[in-house]
Design a protein around this ligand. Structure first.
Ligand code: GLN
Length: 287
């Protein structure tokens, strides 16, 4: 079968679920990953065909897409901050909002002296996207990353190797951590922050496929991780150190109250590309 004909059929079958542009972009992503062909190859060689074996593989991917399994899991990878990351059902698919958080952290370091080494801790690293992109872009940083899930850490470890960066991964439950052992210049976290009451807002493909451990907080206590991390930061943030959080869009004010009560000084509450309160940075007062 001609690839061009298969493309038409593929897009048609997906359009009840995805818009045509999205379905088309899925087609080319899979074409590149599975057949090492780009859009231009198809334009230059309109007679290219899929073998029967290739059609079997494509049909199986198509069926999974129809079940709304995220394309990133089907391809086993995604891109974040210009780097490739392996992803699977043990880790959240990195979000563009989180790229904005990484951008903010990198930007915050621009004015600082490069010769001085800094220590960064990423709490709840998942795929490792924050820790690894910071390690890649901040050459003076020594990066540490914690996760409660051993399976997630196996993935983040591999991602660090694939991106040729050195990150120290630690298997630890932050809620049970009393002492971080050392001081950090930056502590960053994108912890679970979705409450059960917000479950209806989460898209079906996210809900059915992504790890709930990374998304939801128990008992609707959406601040539990932030409170614990802020407590640890009171002891383990170095002088002039900064705390960066990705947050629940509905809890910007609550986050500010919590942190100010704990003697942190808010640097900024930032919105994401969608216009939602999504990121916050603060530092310890009177240091
Ligand atoms: N922003 C993510 C979502 O919408 C949630 C990420 C998180 O809980 N840390 O699915």
């Amino acid at each position: 079968m001609k690839i061009k004909e298969y493309r038409t059929q593929f897009i048609q079958e997906l359009t009840p679920i995805y818009d045509a542009g999205e379905a088309e972009s899925f087609f080319y992503l899979i074409l590149e990953e599975k057949n090492q062909l780009k859009r231009i190859d198809l334009a230059l060689h309109p007679d290219l065909v899929f073998s029967e074996g290739e059609i079997v593989i494509w049909n199986s991917i198509l069926e999974q897409l129809k079940k709304e399994i995220p394309i990133q899991y089907l391809l086993g990878k995604t891109s974040f901050y210009g780097l490739d990351f392996e992803v699977n059902e043990n880790v959240l698919i990195p979000r563009p909002e989180t790229e904005e958080l990484v951008e903010w952290i990198i930007e915050s370091q621009k004015s600082k002296v490069k010769s001085q080494n800094i220590r960064i801790l990423d709490i709840g690293t998942g795929s490792g996207c924050i820790a690894i992109s910071l390690a890649k872009n901040l050459s003076n940083a020594q990066v540490f990353a914690i996760d409660v899930s051993k399976n997630a850490l196996a993935t983040s470890q591999k991602n660090a190797e694939n991106n040729s960066v050195n990150v120290t991964f630690i298997h630890q439950n932050i809620l049970e951590t009393e002492d971080l052992q050392q001081q950090f210049d930056i502590i960053v976290s994108n912890p679970p922050y979705v409450r059960n009451l917000e479950k209806d807002e989460i898209k079906k493909n996210v809900l059915d496929n992504e790890p709930h451990l990374a998304l939801f907080v128990a008992d609707d206590d959406a601040l539990i991780f932030y409170k614990k991390i802020a407590e640890l930061a009171q002891q383990h943030l170095s002088e002039n150190g900064q705390l960066f959080f990705e947050i629940n869009q509905y809890l910007g004010k609550e986050m500010i109250d919590l942190l100010e009560k704990m003697n942190f000084k808010i640097i900024e509450l930032r919105k994401d590309i969608y216009g939602n309160d999504r990121m916050l940075s603060c530092h310890c007062e009177e240091r």
